[in-house]
Design a protein around this ligand. Structure first.
Ligand SMILES: C[S@@+](CC[C@H](N)C(=O)[O-])C[C@H]1O[C@@H](n2cnc3c(N)ncnc32)[C@H](O)[C@@H]1O
Length: 237
């Protein structure tokens, strides 16, 4: 696992709304401020970068294949809801419960009959007795350190979800170069020379992701998509 740092997202420079902290991870207050700027600048999915939209279409396409005829789907950390929106365009007979901690981020998908948005954290925001055919978490894994990640994954198993799709957009392949770069960053931070970047989260290899899933109670895992930075893993209890 290596640490990730970021200074811009959707072309919004973090320095325009916050101090960047390379030691303390971006918290809910940071995301809330980010989304405030985001909605000032963009008024709909069509305003966003075309390559980013294409990437989200690719992820949604993989999820559509996995969902098949299943009806009740849970999305954890849905953000602006683009992937959920693409899924319901493809599958009309579906109910997606979309959970996102930052309030009002899903305004572009509000009113979509097949999507029920809940602002808060999983599992606290849900009633205990809901049943889902499948859950997915898309681009959320990076916010957790290993200890928090196992707690998060275990909470999915403990909720009773049997089939889970993990989409990680922050994967990396293990290499000596990656480790050297990580070490150099740590040294620069130690000497106060890596300013202007926000500690964004963690990047994991395929092997590390599989270990986390197994440790949390998912007995079987299979990779359904892999690129230089993206991993889509199907995990079952
Ligand atoms: C990179 S965005 C991905 C959003 C969306 N899934 C997508 O693909 O566009 C990460 C999202 O995770 C949310 N998040 C942060 N901490 C979380 C947590 N503990 N549980 C669930 N979501 C979290 C953030 O608010 C943010 O919207």
């Amino acid at each position: 696992m290596i640490k990730l740092y970021q200074n811009v997202w959707h072309n919004i420079d973090f320095k325009s709304f916050s101090e960047c902290n390379n030691k303390k991870i971006a918290d809910k207050a940071f995301y809330d401020k980010f989304y405030e700027r985001f909605f000032e600048r963009f008024k709909g999915f069509e305003d966003l970068n075309k390559n980013w939209i294409e990437y989200k279409n690719l992820v949604a396409g993989e999820l559509v294949k996995e969902i098949g005829a299943q009806k009740n789907i849970l999305s954890i950390g849905s953000g602006i809801g683009i992937v959920e929106s693409i899924i319901v365009d493809s599958i009309k007979d579906i109910n997606i419960t979309a959970i996102e901690p930052s309030e009002d981020t899903s305004k572009w998908i509000e009113g979509t009959p097949q999507i029920n948005i809940k602002y808060g954290y999983f599992p606290d925001i849900l009633e205990n007795n809901l049943s889902f055919d499948m859950a997915f978490a898309n681009g959320v894994d990076y916010v957790f350190n290993n200890k928090q990640y196992v707690i998060f994954l275990k909470s999915i198993v403990n909720y009773g979800i049997k089939d889970f799709i993990l989409i990680s957009s922050s994967g990396y392949k293990p290499s000596t170069m990656a480790l050297i770069k990580d070490l150099i960053k740590d040294i620069l931070i130690y000497f106060g020379l890596y300013r202007g970047r926000q500690f964004w989260g963690y990047s994991r290899t395929l092997k590390e992701q599989v270990n986390m899933l197994k440790k949390s109670g998912f007995n079987s895992t299979s990779v359904i998509y892999e690129s230089h930075d993206t991993l889509i893993i199907k995990a079952s209890v």
